[in-house]
Design a protein around this ligand. Structure first.
Ligand code: FES
Length: 374
């Protein structure tokens, strides 16, 4: 264990107060105190959560599971929430959202993030291929509304697809650690058995805990899950007949989530469905819009011809580097002021009023010419 991680918490908090003082700020000008601290130890920071990679595992061929030990600035999380993880790749900072998958009651102070490396997942592929034990990454504090309520529900249904398993895995592990007595059904969708992250552990939990029922559904009919194919209402009616009585937590790819939401809507029980999406779901638009006009970045005095992509992509194509994180509308780190023009929200298809307003660059496309305060 390094000297930093063994520093007593009280000493580190005292050190933080000292370093956050006005005197330290003046002495650290113009680079900030953190720039000097990290020369001594990359984990030292006045306010930032920095975390050391303590373990790297590959539970499936296309995923990576990182065990991270955050510094004392970390304030903890609620199962289901996400954090923004920032890494430097070729000298440029990249941020993405991941949900801690570990139990709230893990005692060693580490958190576990699992990323599925998609073919076009620039950051997730970097995490899988390049991150090593001992590396240091930056985290945000945890956030998000998708969270296990403090008052645990009596009946829990967890539905996940693909890497959407991570936040519900945290819920499952937490409830089991707490000796939760209610019924838990864990319904998971994957293409093939070998693609299911945490497969062994979930099966082991279901074998050890009589109140946990595991239902695995594989899209490939050849694979041997308890169910087969994509999500269908029959899965619920036949295999989870009391689903309407359950508090349900759902996380997975957009088509699966839409199919699940439809059933809850038809049953009039959407207030019992809690959901988190880690892929951008776009609304169908059929208004014959074509990309036209310009995108003007007022502060930078840059301008590009609108190519129909998101404002975040167009800003980056213009050589700008606006703050961003999840790139799917959940973390709000890309929020900026639009000073003129209209934009369409990719998730809802709704076109903004055209007045001055805050917009999220990653989920907005310009409708005609727009001006942004970047
Ligand atoms: S980058 Fe997260 S909301 Fe836009």
């Amino acid at each position: 264990m390094s000297a930093t991680t063994s520093t007593p918490r009280r000493f580190q908090q005292g050190l933080n107060s000292l370093l956050q003082s006005r005197v330290a700020e003046v002495l650290g000008y113009p680079h900030g105190v953190d720039r000097y601290l990290e020369v001594f130890n990359p984990l030292w920071s006045v306010k930032e959560v920095r975390a050391k990679v303590e373990n790297v595992q590959h539970l499936t061929a296309d995923s990576v599971t990182l065990t991270l030990k955050p510094n004392s600035n970390w304030q903890g999380f609620v199962p289901g929430q996400f954090v923004q993880l920032t890494v430097s790749i070729n000298g440029k900072l990249h941020t993405r959202c991941y949900s801690p998958a570990n139990s709230l009651h893990r005692e060693d102070g580490t958190i576990e993030l699992t990323a599925k490396a998609h073919a076009d997942g620039f950051v997730s592929r970097y995490l899988r291929d390049c991150v090593r034990v001992g590396d240091v990454v930056t985290l945000s504090q945890a956030g998000g509304e998708f969270a296990l309520p403090e008052q645990r529900p009596e009946r829990v249904l967890l539905i996940s697809g693909g890497s959407g398993i991570t936040p519900v895995m945290s819920m499952l592990r937490t409830l089991c650690d707490e000796g939760f007595k209610g019924e838990i059904t864990f319904l998971h969708y994957a293409n093939r058995a070998q693609d299911m992250i945490y497969a062994e552990e979930v099966a082991d939990i279901a074998a050890r805990f009589g109140n946990v029922t595991l239902l695995r559904a594989f899209a490939d009919e050849q694979e041997g899950g308890e169910l087969s194919g994509l999500f269908s209402s029959e899965h619920l009616f036949n295999s989870v007949p009391d689903f309407a009585q359950a508090t349900t937590f759902l996380c997975g790819p957009p088509p699966m989530m839409a199919a699940v939401e439809k059933v809850w809507e038809e049953q009039g029980i959407t207030d019992q469905l809690h959901k988190e999406q880690f892929t951008l779901a776009t609304a169908a638009v059929d208004d014959g819009e074509s990309a036209e006009g310009e995108v003007r970045f007022v502060r930078s005095e840059a301008q590009v011809t609108n190519d129909g992509k998101t404002l975040l992509e167009q800003a980056e194509a213009a050589g700008l580097n606006p703050q961003s994180g999840c790139r799917m509308g959940i973390c709000y780190s890309c929020t900026c002021k639009k000073t003129a023009g209209k934009v369409r929200d990719l998730r809802t298809g709704v076109i903004s009023s055209g007045d001055e307003e805050d917009i999220q660059l990653c989920v907005s496309v310009p409708v005609g010419t727009v001006a942004l305060d970047i």
